[in-house]
Design a protein around this ligand. Structure first.
Ligand SMILES: C[S@@+](CC[C@H](N)C(=O)[O-])C[C@H]1O[C@@H](n2cnc3c(N)ncnc32)[C@H](O)[C@@H]1O
Length: 425
């Protein structure tokens, strides 16, 4: 039985202060600025009560797949889109049920094969990529290369291998010389690095066992969807390859701004992508390809059709013209995304955006208002705008205006849940 929306009455508030955000497959891999599962779950249920015939859901910025997991568990046919290949791998691992025997067999095999004695006699090749020896100690690289080879050799079931590769990716992150508390790539201070000697095999096993428990817990509910979520790599400004007039619901959390000055999804993913064997060009250019990643030349730039953007960029521009253009480029991209989104939705579809309002040069950019303003030009009408406090989400609660690690600036403590109805072109 699918988890019915009636199971999820509206919460007393949307803060979910003490909620377990790592339930089931939501434990699989960290990712910057994730939506919390409880918001995804209750928001989907709320939209389904408003549109009871809903069967299909799109998340055009699916990231690690929080929305897709919760949509599948409520029996919806879900579609996810993102440009970051690591996000797609995580989303796929979180949404795929795995047979109990396959899970047990996979864990057992790796437990037997991945032991220190086997590593000591291994003489395979260690992949090379730029910066490898800066970000990884030599012995760590050796262990990683060996684990990657064994995962690919031992595991034939595609879903189990996918889960293990994602566990490998999280291992890469934890055993690297980076400061794990930051999403951007910063190296540990020398004194800490000198004493850093991670037990790579143990870290990998610990992570994989935790993920397997998450899959076991969500196996029955993930099987509720008639079809498993489809997850595609694509630019949300185009949404190519996504069926037209197909979706009853959209639930998403777009980025807060460009990756350089807000959340660096590409930097977060780069080392994992290099180790997973993605081409260097792809592994290193994610941030530039995301929303707001490229500053449009003045000549091409039309004003963004939102009074709130015009007001915000005028106030920022009086202090820093380039920052104003960066902000404008981001919202112009968001407008392009909405233009591509509209034809994907059925008339009457509900589209929910979970957004936070960032501050640039002491100017608050009201993304909730901007979304509603932009959307009205593409055939949407505002249904509601709910507010939640952010007690626990891993995001730049205190961001760094100068992009200097450790220096904190303005804070984001609230999110808006903006619900729009698509009334047709
Ligand atoms: C706030 S995160 C989404 C997090 C997601 N809701 C979750 O819970 O994991 C925003 C996502 O937008 C993606 N993104 C940014 N620009 C994009 C674009 N032009 N096309 C597709 N995805 C994009 C980023 O890669 C990132 O994964």
């Amino acid at each position: 039985m699918a988890l019915m929306p009636s199971l999820y009455q509206d919460p007393p508030d949307w803060d979910f202060r003490d909620a377990d955000t790592k339930e089931g497959t939501h434990v699989v891999h960290s990712y910057p600025a994730m939506m919390i599962p409880q918001v995804a779950r209750h928001l989907i249920a709320r939209l389904r009560r408003l549109n009871p015939e809903s069967r299909t859901l799109l998340d055009p910025f699916c990231g690690a797949g929080t929305v897709l997991v919760e949509a599948a568990r409520q029996g919806l046919s879900a579609f996810g889109n993102d440009l970051n290949p690591l996000a797609l791998a995580i989303a796929a691992a979180r949404t795929t049920p795995i047979d109990e025997t396959v899970l047990a067999d996979g864990l057992d095999r790796l437990k037997r094969v991945l032991v220190p004695e086997a590593l000591s006699t291994w003489d395979g090749a260690i992949p090379t990529f730029r910066g490898r020896d800066f970000w990884f100690k030599r012995e760590v690289s050796r262990a990683l290369a060996w684990i990657r080879d064994e995962v690919r050799r031992q595991l034939t079931d595609p879903a189990m291998r996918q889960l293990a590769e994602v566990a490998f990716s999280e291992t890469v992150r934890l055993v690297s010389n980076t400061r794990n508390s930051e999403f951007k790539l910063y190296r540990m201070p020398d004194a800490k690095l000198a004493a850093f000697s991670p037990d790579v095999i143990r870290v990998f096993h610990r992570i994989l066992v935790r993920y397997a428990e998450g899959v076991r817990a969500f196996n029955p509910s993930l099987r509720q969807a008639a079809t498993p979520p489809a997850i595609v790599k694509g630019d949300s400004r185009l949404l190519a390859g996504i069926p037209d007039r197909h979706f009853d619901l959209m639930v998403t959390s777009p980025p807060y701004g460009d990756s350089r000055t807000t959340v660096a999804y590409g930097q977060f993913s780069r080392l994992s992508l290099e180790w997973l064997g993605y081409p260097a060009e792809e592994a290193r250019t994610v941030d530039r390809r995301l929303l707001g990643g490229r500053l449009q030349p003045h000549a091409e730039a039309k004003p963004v059709p939102s009074q709130a953007v015009l007001d915000g960029t005028a106030a920022i521009g009086s202090q820093d013209a380039r920052r104003a253009r960066e902000v404008e480029s981001f919202y112009r991209d968001l407008d392009a995304m909405m233009e591509s989104l509209a034809p994907k939705l059925r008339p009457g579809a509900l589209a929910a955006w979970v957004v936070a309002n960032r501050t640039v040069k002491q100017v608050v950019l009201p993304t909730n208002v901007i979304i509603a303003e932009l959307a009205t030009r593409h055939g949407f009408a505002l249904v509601e705008d709910l507010t939640r406090n952010i007690p626990s989400k891993r995001m730049p609660r205190a961001n760094s205006p100068t992009n200097v690690p450790g220096q904190k600036g303005a804070t984001m403590t609230e999110e808006h849940l903006v619900v729009l109805r698509y009334d047709g072109a």
